[in-house]
Design a protein around this ligand. Sequence first.
Ligand SMILES: [Fe+2]
Length: 273
Amino acid sequence: MNYQTNLSEISKQVKNFGVIKKENWLDQEDIKKTKLIIEKINCDKGNNDGIFYLNLKFKIIELLKLKFEKISYEKYFVNLSKKLGLKKIADQIFDFPSKLHRVDCYSNPISNAPVLDWHVDNAYSGQKVVDKFLNPENSAIKFFFYLSDVYTDNGCLSYIPKSHLVAFALRKGIYEKAIRYTPYWSLSDFRKTILIKENLNYIKSHLKKEDLDDFLSYSEFIEKENSNNKKYDLAVKCGGAVVFDEGGVHRGSKLLKTNRLALRFFFTRDKKF
Ligand SMILES: [Fe+2]
């Protein structure tokens, strides 16, 4: 398989299933350099030095703060993104020109803190009342590169296939006021919301029956067992990545064994088109 075919295959999988993982994506030199940057920035969670917004305002602020080193890291990450063809992949997933909106890198220390359980992003944190609903097209494709091994109970992401399709239809219905909003942040609330008769009718008219049925069957475990289902855990080795549509149902895992080093690229639709 040549490199280009590989990129199209990634887009196709993310479009259809919401997620894909790819091992051995970064080469040894990029792994080394990225690890070094994370170490230098000392970007534990809460330290904004590991966050880069790709807009002029952000760059001017960094220049005013005389953060030249940070600007050189930004340049390296932007070039890395180009080398890996990430924009092309995001364009194909959106069927629309995308832009690199944010890059961040950080290190998470070992911890047995409770994880964020199964949920969807862009769900107003489960608030009961929401004033302004977001356009469903305002969501991002995330490229989550790992600079350490992640696996079950050690920092991996879990993702329910096809959940992004159902979530998109739901958000679209709410945005168009065809569906009444009820909180849907957690997986169990999400299922309850989509199974409301009127909502289900709308979703069915915007989605292939097969996709909806698959999602309902993949996520059924939440009604029966406890939510600690490992089936959708995405173990990835250092240098690999997970690409996913942030609109789908996902969760993080505990980090019991090793620190986790990560580099993330967020792509959104480019509004200038
Ligand atoms: Fe999330």
